[in-house]
Design a protein around this ligand. Structure first.
Ligand SMILES: Nc1ncnc2c1ncn2[C@@H]1O[C@H](COP(=O)(O)OP(=O)(O)OP(=O)(O)O)[C@@H](O)[C@H]1O
Length: 287
């Protein structure tokens, strides 16, 4: 569906995406994890054609400018920070309807489930809504249309717990769509995804097809190598039952498949300290 080949993006000569290569298949529901500044939003912006870049991104084999038109019509996107739109909400909704084929009945229902009465907010300028209300409207617009790929950048960050739960339910109902969800709460999206990709300093450092493994109920063996010794991470890993090499730089231990998300959530918090991470079928070896 999407193939990304050696994608690089620099800001002020600093590489934010660094020869990133990745392919996304139809039916993939991906949690994109990684520390603040790892490059998640930048990857989305490149995918959506908002940023120029080096390397190629092809949608169904079509790359370059033509890809942008195709992408816009088939991709629904909810940004991390809502744009400061001055237009009334009603105008945004009719733009979604006429310009992007969103279904007004579906939007009314989705907004209602998220706790927003569209008639009440229709006349209000979008930028005057609260952060959570803006996010709910953007989610409503994104889910109100039949998109092939839904890209969500920390979509639930401003939602209250009740709306957060509804949002997860709404996504779970969209089984047919491919999804790419950046989230710092891996546990929250765990039930929705079948693949976890971790970015660190603009590179893919982990790409796990989790669903099959979870189904298999297997145990994996993780081996982690650090750039430098780090006491809190060492404590966290030994708390997981990992053995440490005397150098304090290498750790190995078992990760039951059902605990994969919790484990990856822990590791993601320390992403920039980790030089390498592997998660293999459980075959004990000396560390
Ligand atoms: N328009 C820009 N100009 C300059 N630097 C930028 C720009 N956009 C992003 N960056 C830098 O690129 C790096 C990656 O940012 P990005 O927003 O992609 O990270 P992220 O993984 O989405 O982080 P977060 O989890 O905080 O949302 C950061 O260091 C950021 O400061």
């Amino acid at each position: 569906m999407i193939s990304i080949d050696r994608l690089s993006k620099r800001f002020d000569r600093r590489a934010v995406l660094d020869e990133l290569t990745l392919s996304i298949e139809r039916g993939d529901r991906i949690a994109l994890i990684g520390q603040n500044g790892a490059g998640k939003t930048t990857l989305f912006r490149c995918l959506l054609g908002h940023y120029g870049h080096q390397g190629t991104i092809a949608f169904d084999g079509v790359a370059g400018r033509r890809r942008e038109t195709a992408a816009l019509s088939r991709v629904a996107f909810v940004p991390q920070l809502p744009p400061p739109l001055r237009m009334p909400v009603g105008e945004l909704l009719s733009f979604a309807e006429k310009g992007a084929g969103a279904d007004p009945r579906a939007m009314r229902e989705i907004a209602g489930r998220l706790g927003i009465d569209l008639d009440e907010v229709r006349a209000r300028p979008f930028f005057r809504l609260s952060g959570g209300q803006k996010q709910k409207i953007l989610v409503t617009v994104a889910l109100g249309r039949a998109a092939d790929l839904m890209i969500f950048d920390e979509p639930a960050a401003n939602l209250d717990p009740a709306a957060r739960a509804v949002f997860i339910d709404l996504l779970a109902e969209r089984r047919e769509a491919s999804m790419l969800i950046a989230s710092h709460r891996l546990e929250e999206v765990a039930g929705l995804v079948n693949r976890v990709i971790e970015l660190d300093r603009g590179r893919v450092v982990l790409d796990e097809a989790v669903l099959d493994r979870l189904r298999a109920g297997a145990t994996h063996r993780a081996v982690i190598t650090l750039d430098a010794p780090h006491e809190p991470l060492a404590r966290a890993l030994t708390g997981w039952g990992f053995a440490a090499a005397p150098s304090g730089l290498r750790f190995a231990g078992p990760v039951p498949a059902a605990e994969t998300f919790r484990f990856l959530g822990l590791v993601a918090r320390y992403g920039s300290l980790i030089e390498s991470l592997s998660l293999e079928q459980d075959t004990p070896e000396e560390i």
